[in-house]
Design a protein around this ligand. Sequence first.
Ligand code: F6P
Length: 764
Amino acid sequence: MRLAWRFLLPLGLVLGLLAWAASPLLGNLIDRWLRKDVELRSQLVFYSIEETVIRLAQEPLGLRLDTLFERLTRDERLLAVGLCAPDGRLLNHTPTWPLALACPPPPAPAPTLLAPQAPLTAPTFDIEYLGDGSLLIASFPLAEEGRDLGRLVILHDLSYIERRSTDLERYLMLFLGVLGVLVAALTAVVARLTLKGWVRQVKQRLTTAGSGAEPDRAADPEIDALVREAREALRELELPRGLADAIRVDWTPESLRRLLRSELPEAQVIVVSNREPYIHVRGDEGQMQVQHPASGLVTALEPILRACGGTWIAHGSGDADPAMVDGRDHVQVPPEDPRYELRRLWLSDAEQEGYYYGFANEGLWPLCHIVFVRPTFRAEDWARYEAVNRKFADAVVAEARVPNPVVLVQDYHFALLPRFIRQRLPEATIITFWHIPWPNPEVFGICPWREEILRGLLGSTILGFHTQFHCLNFLDSVDRLLECRIDREHSTATTGGQVTLVKPYPISIAWPPAALAGQPPVAACRAQVRAAHGLAPDSLLAVGVERFDYTKGIADRFRAVECLLDRHPEWRGRFTLLQIAAPSRSRLPSYRHTQEEALALATTINQRFGRDDWVPILLVPRHHEPEEVFTLFRAADLCLVSSLHDGMNLVAKEFVAARDDEDGVLVLSAFAGVSRELQEALIVNPYDSEAMAAAIHRGLRLPPDQRRERMRLMRSLVSEHNVYFWAARMLLTAARLRKRARIRAQIDAVTRPFPRDRRREARR
Ligand code: F6P
């Protein structure tokens, strides 16, 4: 209907204008035609009665002439007829002859200047209009044998001409109007049919693209060209990703900043995580201290926010946090050089209990890590988890200054958050990153709220995991448990019109890492650490750096050390494992048990092999700041990462980054995501103490050139695939999807179905 009006209205207007402009011209034309017609009729009348008039005019009384004249005027348009003498007197006339009208003067003789000797031309008839043109006077010369007998004058009433031309104008306007409507209606029908066919073809060609289906052979070449252009525009959007993958770019804070500026100009970046990057705590004497949490997530995201600015929303967990924020709960960080703002959210003890300790860490954490710790699901924990996710959604909405911010949702604490944000900021680009593994559908299926969790995550625009394996597990879970369309080729899941791209983005660390700056040379670090722990200067040192978590396999690596000392007694007194472990989630029994088990095992092994001047295992259960950790890495001969299951494990990458001397050996669990990337490590099964002991033994004896070669390769990988690269890939994908959505919206605006078709589609 709207389309018909679009045609009808302008066409009607144009035709109306045309008729309006043309009507005076037409009136004029008609007027002239009719007058000409009357002139001809006068002539015809004259020629038909000329002889009779000449004859009757010569009769004495002229009675018969009067009768003739009277008969002539029975034609209503012929007003009067009169006979004028050669001297201009009116001799005979009908009673209708206007009294005031005298005989018209005889016509002027024809000019004779050019041909004076030429015979006189016969006098011609004369036409004259009187009044406002409504009276025509036609006077015809009467002559017999060269004798002038006067003139016959015929008067015509022309008032009917005006009436008729007005009528004609009206009919003409009406005709043009009807014609216009008919033409417009016909045009609208033809245009609608053409457009429908066109839309169908464009849609068909766009949807068959890449699906392998045969395109419609009958497609118009113009449609072909249009579809080609649209596809090219969409393909161009693929380029940045291709470039990021194919071309060796040195990803730095600056290149990431440039990327954001060029690909996502004016995008507002909001990060949401449970753990905050800076924790303000009070020291023993009440003094303010800033802690950097032992968190892979913080290690990865902090450099990005430093580089690009934005807002980081997180739980304010430090006892001094409330004292440091402004009236809107914001604090500028890093404290020594503010680059972005941290928005702290306060959680009550009950909220932390249910959401963080309960559902996140006793439910999802053991569910996703296959380490044979039974997940605990409590309805009240779930309710808290949902409520806290809503609370964070409120904070995101409050912080959003634009309708389409780029929101980076972090980790298993916020499985419901993407959907909650999507409901309130439908245009947001939500990039969710799941930092831990995703189990197979059988394991995931034991969660009582499995559908809600999947639906929550599918509110994301992009959902990232560390490995392809976890992406496939997720898609399998969705496939098994939800009504959803999965496109494995493009790695997308579509539900309720929301398309979620599910992709692996292996996380990494800043390169070079901030904690490396100011580190003493490796030799100095070796000496310093050995002295600090009472080790012989030439003793070989392995380090382990962890949170105290049962997924990290701390006890397993102690068992491997025990096995090593059993199998290779030559290491007794010469080799030490220095394990630092930050206490974590200690309120949970499983975590307390992990700590107790590790402490007990270390004690047993130390008692078994230890001597007065040496113990094989040094366990330091406290938090270490990044600089201390890096000094340890540089001091070590070997780093042990023996996670029983781990999404990525950034400790392995940090060890590699710390070794700018290109030395040191990494013994790495096959069950940590990072083992897919750092293949030059000595890869082990942490459940197999013998194999791990053998790997340690091999690592301690590895020739320097082999150590160097392996370390070089690992360093080149981490330096290239650093955390800026990780962020760049996700942001480039997000930028591409935003552009693609914009193009699709433009195509849709052009090819949007007609209202009636929409109604039909809705009914279907
Ligand atoms: O590994 C998952 C994870 O969330 C990491 O991203 C982070 O390093 C760690 O757990 C921190 O745990 P929490 O915040 O509970 O101390």
